[in-house]
Design a protein around this ligand. Structure first.
Ligand SMILES: NC(=O)c1ccc[n+]([C@@H]2O[C@H](COP(=O)([O-])OP(=O)(O)OC[C@H]3O[C@@H](n4cnc5c(N)ncnc54)[C@H](OP(=O)(O)O)[C@@H]3O)[C@@H](O)[C@H]2O)c1
Length: 348
């Protein structure tokens, strides 16, 4: 077993890490960190638990410590669910201390020597780790996963990008409140309402998508070259981001070819049979009223993206449109970091 720690263990994403790692065949949670408000307390006393599952027994009595590598002993991998501004300071300290950091935070994602990875999409970008360690003189390293709405989008774009010429992508999101953390969106702002703005989200979706699909030459990534336009909105759903996707292709296509492309899609995690890898990363729903967050967010134990209403868009030449749903705190956050760590554990 590999000993692992969780940075930001009391937050929304931190709780998902604990839930998903509870019976993990390769990883054992031996360290939990949070802010100084929680440090020194038993986990059960420090956390306000929001998930339907119970706090795993083995975790309840664990004493939460400060996010300081000196306080996290005998740990090989740390999963980071820190707020971005703290991640920028704390994650490099853990990497410098020799630990492998699998991060959810956006702080280091677009650094040229930090891999931004979705294992089914661009596992080869992990080779950047060597450059990172050489350049920064670290024994450990930082690997990141993209923002929650980007992950779901890019898992559906990858098979299309490999098979067709994408000219432009427009995406309009309907994002769950858990994506903002427990205290993120006041109930008075979201009940009977929709908030048509999520800070920095559109910029992240536009830049991270092109980076993930970019070419890696062994030392650096050149971003993919097509237009991405995102409009991001918060809706009164607890978990599960929905996205309406509109794509302009260079060439004509048949809807059946698109469906084939989605249903044939898989990657290294499926070939290696990694513990958290969904059998089918993209699940097609044929019902006219699917996918829906409440019904489809747990597809593939929350690690698959569900796609439906796949149809031609007559407003563009060679236009395609579809709807997708992905679980934002599983595939879009904790599960994504865990899959990255499983892949690293297997191949490095
Ligand atoms: N929620 C999602 O769907 C989602 C998806 C993708 C990525 N992310 C990213 O994941 C990260 C965590 O998000 P979240 O929604 O879980 O946030 P959250 O619920 O606000 O949790 C934040 C965690 O960080 C700890 N923390 C706060 N200030 C700290 C400090 N100064 N030093 C050390 N630890 C500190 C908190 O501990 P205390 O309990 O002691 O305050 C808590 O454990 C963010 O970077 C977010 O952007 C979230």
């Amino acid at each position: 077993m590999v000993n692992v720690g969780i940075l930001g263990a009391t937050g929304m994403v931190g709780q998902r890490f604990i839930e998903l790692l509870a019976d993990h065949p390769n990883f054992e949670v031996t360290a939990l960190t949070a802010s100084s408000r929680s440090a020194g307390k038993r986990y059960e006393d420090a956390v306000t638990w929001h998930l339907e599952s119970k706090i795993p027994e083995a975790i309840q009595d664990t004493i939460v410590v400060d996010a300081d590598p000196g306080q996290v002993k005998d740990v090989e991998i740390v999963f980071s669910a820190l707020p971005t501004q703290h991640a920028a300071v704390v994650e490099p300290k853990f990497a410098e201390a020799g630990m492998k950091v699998a991060s959810n935070a956006s702080a280091m994602r677009m650094e040229p020597d930090v891999p931004l990875v979705v294992p089914e999409v661009n596992p080869e970008h992990l080779d950047l780790i060597e450059t990172q360690q050489r350049k920064r003189g670290w024994d450990g390293f930082i690997v990141t996963n993209p923002n929650c709405s980007t992950i779901a989008l890019v898992m559906t774009l990858k098979p299309l990008y490999d098979q067709f010429n994408i000219k432009r992508v427009y995406v309009s999101t309907m994002q769950a409140v858990s994506g903002a953390g427990y205290n993120g969106v006041p109930s008075m702002a979201i009940v009977d309402n929709l908030v048509p703005f999520i800070g920095d989200e559109e910029e992240k979706m536009e830049s991270e998508t092109l980076h993930l699909l970019g070419d890696f030459d062994g030392t650096s990534v050149t971003d993919a070259n097509f237009g991405v336009s995102a409009s991001c909105h918060r809706v009164a759903v607890l978990d599960g981001h929905t996205e309406a996707v509109f794509i302009e292709m260079e060439d004509d296509f048949e809807v059946d070819e698109i469906k084939q492309s989605f249903s044939n899609f898989n990657g290294l995690p499926q070939k290696l049979k990694l513990h958290s890898a969904p059998e089918n990363p993209v699940v097609i729903r044929e019902e006219l009223n699917r996918p829906q967050p409440r019904m489809d967010r747990m597809a593939g134990d929350g690690m698959a993206v569900s796609v439906g209403r796949i149809r031609k868009d007559q407003a563009f030449k060679n236009g395609l449109k579809y709807i997708l749903v992905g679980h934002n705190t599983i595939r879009g956050a904790a599960g994504a970091s865990i899959l990255n760590a499983e892949l690293i554990n297997e191949i490095m």
